[in-house]
Design a protein around this ligand. Structure first.
Ligand SMILES: Nc1ncnc2c1ncn2[C@@H]1O[C@H](COP(=O)(O)OP(=O)(O)OP(=O)(O)O)[C@@H](O)[C@H]1O
Ligand SMILES: [Mg+2]
Length: 329
């Protein structure tokens, strides 16, 4: 079975959508099964609603306490975002597998854009094409008004930050040194920190320490990154990406492998960073997380966009329900 979420957690799809999905499955004589894909069956553990988000206020205040001179908006800004990323007709194949096949996507400033889809849908390949690890067969990527090309490092200097599905850090180097790498990228490209402009005035060490606290890392900054527990690896990887002062941050399943409280902190952090003006492109398997924090969602299946829109538009979309529930295995 290649399913990642055979049966959606209860408050992802509304009642009507679930009834339609159940009818669809019944017609096909298929049973509802709880998935245990590579997400370890955790899907749906994190339930987000307005009341729950309100309980995150202390976390927001904690983040605010770590800003050098950024002001934390009291409520989520409704900014008319401008386009920061425009992807048109992106395609790449591996042998006979069309991992991406004509993908279009637009991300706007100060928004959280979600990319979802079953295992093998092409999500990570999409990020790899954006970050320059893979060269697409065709397609146009416009980032911050310019055609995006060059090595991953060049794209990083232009403000494209990312984390990986499996965290990638220099394992033998201290956490601090990993973060300083990020700071060097920011300085070599004279980048401003969108989420906290005052960081630019600090030394690399102070800046790294502050960003580490901002993301909630409480461990030893001198510990080798390779010795960290998994949750800390994710946090430090995020800190490293932030140290490089991205204008668009791409996160590949940042909550997978985190426990519920770590994931909740993570959600609040992402929302807060977005409130502070950072644009975020998020691949995530935890559907309630995606539905709870994304402003806009693009759904991939077999390398193609099968739906896009607001969370409520997507969760009521027949093709999305079918991709999640109705796929032959
Ligand atoms: N380097 C590669 N060589 C060959 N095939 C690849 C390569 N990278 C990805 N693929 C294939 O491309 C398709 C898309 O893979 P991708 O990793 O992008 O999916 P994904 O949506 O990120 O899945 P997951 O949710 O499991 O992370 C899959 O069929 C995968 O096997
Ligand atoms: Mg992936």
């Amino acid at each position: 079975m290649n399913g990642w979420l055979m049966y959606p957690p209860k408050d992802i799809f509304d009642r009507e959508a679930k009834l339609r999905a159940a009818r669809l499955m019944e017609q096909r004589g298929r049973l509802q099964r709880v998935g245990s894909g590579h997400n370890g069956g955790r899907a749906g553990t994190l339930l987000l609603d307005r009341q729950k988000l309100a309980r995150f206020q202390p976390a927001r205040e904690r983040v605010a306490g770590h800003l050098v001179d950024g002001a934390l908006p009291i409520r989520r800004r409704r900014i008319e975002g401008r386009e920061i990323l425009k992807v048109e007709d992106l395609a790449i194949h591996f042998g006979g597998v069309h991992a991406l096949d004509g993908v279009d996507l637009t991300a706007r400033t100060a928004e959280i854009a979600g990319v979802i889809g079953p295992n093998g849908a092409g999500k990570t390949t999409f990020f790899n094409c954006l970050s320059g690890l893979l060269t697409p067969d065709r397609g146009q990527i416009t980032f911050d008004g310019h055609k995006l090309n060059g090595s991953p490092a060049t794209r990083g200097r232009h403000g494209l930050g990312r984390t990986f599905q499996t965290p990638k850090l220099f394992g033998t180097l201290a956490v601090m040194d990993n973060l300083i790498f990020g700071c060097r990228t920011a300085d070599s490209a004279r980048r401003q920190y969108v989420f906290d402009p005052g960081l630019r005035r600090l030394s690399h060490q102070e800046r790294a320490a502050r960003v580490a606290r901002l993301v909630g890392y409480r461990g030893d900054l001198n510990a080798p990154a390779g010795s960290l527990p998994f949750g800390d690896l994710r946090t430090v990887e995020l800190a490293r990406a932030l140290c490089a002062a991205p204008s668009l941050l791409m996160l590949d399943e940042p909550a997978s492998g985190l426990d519920v409280s770590q994931a909740e902190n993570f959600v609040e952090l992402l929302r807060t960073l977005s409130d502070l003006g950072l644009s975020i492109l998020l691949i995530e398997h935890d559907m309630s997380l995606v539905m709870g924090i994304c402003d806009h969602i693009t759904v991939l299946d077999f390398g193609q966009v099968i739906a896009e829109g607001t969370p409520s538009e997507v969760q009521n979309n027949e093709a999305v329900i079918e991709a999640y529930l109705g796929r032959e295995h």
